[in-house]
Design a protein around this ligand. Structure first.
Ligand code: AMP
Length: 542
């Protein structure tokens, strides 16, 4: 027997409708790509999203068509998402930090018909345009006054294009399982893989993220996703913030420490989210200028492990609560966050910080387990490492246009490719990507644990640990450091003395090198493949 409740499909436009009806005047403040700050509100953004939908339809865009965006976080990008999905088309976010050839490959693989791009990316797209087989029209996210001569096919300024629609239009209706968004993972090997979100998965994920012990946004929050909308759905904030009626602040193209500081202060941001590098740059800026960020109360730090040293500084010196989060593009992306469960309250400060360095606990909608290589469940002891697998309604079941490749196990769990422990209170800790873990004498050494500990050493800006070949143990850890400007680098003995009470003795690195820069992926992670390649012949001296 079925229940007798209403059929109310979970569609993206319901979010912007709700925000416009309940919170019409709530602001969306952006740093525009043209330069000045721009202010609008949910009422206006909904109206403009309707015009986007109407205008796309007039251009012949239909249910299931892909409309790509190569854009920073601004009000235009947000209204484009809602406009595109409002006719059942699919927003396809493209990460501009990928190699140009990868961008072309992704746009062709997705067969996106339209590309909306910021002014910043015109030179890149001019170079790629001859290779982009499917793009019929380039819409530059600016007004006529700022539009340069581009030579791109059917190029038009977004504002001129939008002016041709009056917004007298109704959202279309379709099944909630209809595709809404497409985002390719920035795999370090092989072709990128497309994750295809649905309306239903986006809405359920945003509801889950808004649980109080997850991101927990509220109507009084002033939320700034520094994490770009092209990085895994902007961690759901462009959906969960309007859902909650929160003020949305969008930092545009400028993500350096000084610019992030300026917008936090100017717009009174109290909640923000970004990868650790952004928070390190902001710290360096504040330390160099003696400034503070007193409006900021909570920050979500994820995408890579957040070292305890960063958490400690933000919490103790600046009064900002750190929510360490883990997730992945395939999970929409939020998988776990630090939760203040009653079981863990009352820990001494050092133990509490160590717990915050773990990736945390899943919200309702995410199920998690660790298994051995044969798929057998492993215990939640906090000690045993295993493959981390996840299941839930906002987790991918197949990649786009690779539907014949199975990616789930027999019980429907997705293998994240991460190696993790889970403790008795359900806190998960990522010890490594499975391909980055260091296998020494048949045992595993966590490169992340060593990196997190090393950045606590005075003057260390960033640390990476990779395996180097060892004739006896097979692999041993090599530590690679970048120092802060002017700081003296430690030698191996000094670093190992510092690490001695933080990790197991046999985990201590066998060598240490100092470099000017550590390479990163397009989503800000340490590019271990490149480091391994660069140091493949490295052997400890003596
Ligand atoms: P992406 O799909 O680009 O967001 O990458 C997802 C991967 O980033 C995960 O599978 C992890 O390996 C890594 N990752 C994300 N958040 C964290 C975190 N808090 N700590 C450690 N690794 C993380």
């Amino acid at each position: 027997m079925l229940g007798l409740m209403q059929d109310w499909p979970l569609l993206m436009h319901k979010v912007v409708d709700h925000a416009a009806i309940q919170h019409p005047g709530r602001e969306i403040i952006s740093r525009s790509v043209e330069g000045p700050f721009h202010r609008t509100n949910y009422h206006e953004v909904r109206h403009r999203a309707l015009r986007v939908a109407q205008r796309l339809e007039r251009d012949g865009i239909r249910l299931g068509d892909r409309v790509a965006t190569l854009a920073w976080n601004t009000w235009r990008h947000v209204e484009a998402w809602y406009g595109i999905t409002g006719i059942g088309a699919i927003y396809h976010t493209v990460n501009p930090r990928l190699f140009p050839d990868q961008i072309a490959w992704i746009l062709n693989h997705a067969a996106s018909r339209v590309l909306m791009l910021d002014l910043t990316f015109i030179p890149l797209i001019q170079q790629l345009a001859p290779k982009l087989e499917h793009i019929e029209r380039f819409i530059i996210l600016t007004d006529g006054a700022h539009l340069p001569e581009t030579g791109l096919r059917n190029a038009v300024a977004y504002e001129d294009w939008l002016a041709e629609a009056d917004g007298d239009f109704a959202w279309m209706s379709f099944d909630e399982k209809t595709a809404a968004g497409l985002c390719y993972t920035s795999g370090t090997t092989g072709d990128p893989k497309g994750v295809l979100y649905s309306h239903r998965s986006n809405i359920l994920h945003a509801l889950a993220a808004n649980q109080v012990d997850c991101l927990g946004l509220g109507v009084a929050d002033r939320v700034m996703p520094v994490v770009p909308m092209f990085h895994a759905n902007g961690w759901s904030l462009p959906i969960s913030a309007p859902m909650a009626g929160a003020t949305l602040i969008l930092p545009g193209a400028k993500l350096d420490g000084a610019s992030v500081h300026e917008i936090i202060t100017a717009a009174g941001v109290n909640f923000s989210a970004a990868v650790p590098t952004v928070w390190m740059m902001l710290l360096q800026h504040m330390e160099a200028t003696g400034t503070r960020i007193d409006t900021l109360k909570r920050v979500v730090i994820g995408g890579s492990a957040c070292p305890a040293a960063i958490t400690k500084t933000y919490q103790e010196k600046y009064g900002v609560r750190v929510i360490h989060a883990w997730g992945m593009t395939e999970m929409s992306p939020v998988g776990t966050t630090y939760q203040r469960k009653p079981e863990i309250l009352g820990l001494d400060p050092e133990a509490a910080l160590a717990l915050q360095a773990k990736q945390g606990c899943p919200p309702f909608t995410v199920e998690m387990k660790i298994t051995d290589d044969a798929g057998k469940d492993l215990p939640w002891s906090g000690e045993v490492f295993g493959r981390l697998k996840v299941r839930g309604p906002a987790i991918t079941r197949n990649y786009f246009r690779r539907e014949d490749e199975a990616v789930l196990d027999a019980d429907g769990f997705f293998d994240t490719g991460d190696v993790a422990t889970i403790d008795t209170n359900g806190f998960m800790e990522v010890t490594d990507r499975s391909k980055d873990v260091i296998k020494s004498g048949g045992e595993w050494i966590s490169s992340i644990a060593l990196e997190n500990a090393a950045v606590g050493y005075p003057g260390v800006a960033e640390a990476a640990v990779v395996a180097m070949h060892d004739p006896k143990w097979d692999e041993r850890p090599l530590m690679i450091l970048v120092m802060k400007p002017g700081a003296a680098a430690p030698d191996l003995a000094a670093m190992n003395a510092f690490l001695a009470d933080k990790v197991a003795k046999w985990w201590l690195p066998d060598d240490l090198v100092v470099v000017d820069e550590i390479p990163h992926t397009a989503t800000g992670k340490i590019l271990k493949t490149k480091l391994r390649e660069a140091f493949k012949d490295h052997r400890p001296k003596g």
